[in-house]
Write a protein that binds this ligand. Sequence first.
Ligand SMILES: C[S@@+](CC[C@H](N)C(=O)[O-])C[C@H]1O[C@@H](n2cnc3c(N)ncnc32)[C@H](O)[C@@H]1O
Length: 291
Amino acid sequence: MIFPEQLSDFFHKHQAELQSKHPGINLVILTRELLGGPNSFGASNLERVFDDLLLGIPLAYITKCRFFYNSEFWVSPEVLIPSFETEMLVKLASEVVINAGDVTKLRIADIGTGCGAIILALLKELSIGLEGSEKLQKLEIDAVATDISTAALSLAKRNYFFHTYCINPKFKLTFLCGDRFRVFDEETALNLIVSNPPYIMMPADLPGVHPQVNNFFPHTALYLMDEDYWDWYKEFFIGALDSLSAKGVLLMEGHELHLQELSKLALSLGFSSVKILQDLSCRDRFLQAVK
Ligand SMILES: C[S@@+](CC[C@H](N)C(=O)[O-])C[C@H]1O[C@@H](n2cnc3c(N)ncnc32)[C@H](O)[C@@H]1O
């Protein structure tokens, strides 16, 4: 067990270095994550934890878990640590489902699921909502979580295993490995797509990326090469349009500097309406596109 005094001494001794390597860190966060999480750290690994922190290794990769929206999720250096900004995507997605009219069956896909946080938090949110809503009680959901990374999918499956007990049995989740929408066949008629795809232009956006993100997060989760960016999203939007049912909705997170261009691209490719939505710090963060 790490004693709070040891943590406090360590933090105060290295405060400037820790705060430059870990954006937003403070003693409360450090104490909560190391002493309050599901993994406990003993005297034997104390030095290792402190060394890792001084190297700049993200706290969630050290504790191997991160709380996101409504649950704790296992993470590993092979997946992005789900960020609190992305929680709003779950809220927006649950509103799309709740406002979907009198439907009893929905097909939902999470493209680039990583550790599975978005789709699992959504299915859990809708399962909780069941208690108060007659409409949700009748609802069946066929959900699919995809990723190009097999390591990410294994972790997402592990997280699903740990969360199945709080997901309604009428909500089914399957996993597919592959590139964007190539995993779906022509018959696929999704009602809702949620996605937090890689959206940082490499190298154009690199000056705005914190070194911790660049040094420790998996690059496939973050970057698209400058020269491939618009073609990558063109295929992404065409795939989304082909996989959506009539009036189906795509909700995705994107880079604030590129969302305007992306929304024009989505409209030009055939979406009937496209809206840019802001996060809690009023920065452009999400795109909502209706087929
Ligand atoms: C920004 S991360 C998001 C992870 C998770 N959804 C979240 O919000 O924390 C992007 C994810 O997309 C996956 N990915 C990257 N390129 C992909 C592609 N061409 N097709 C499908 N998934 C892809 C990455 O492996 C990564 O898990």
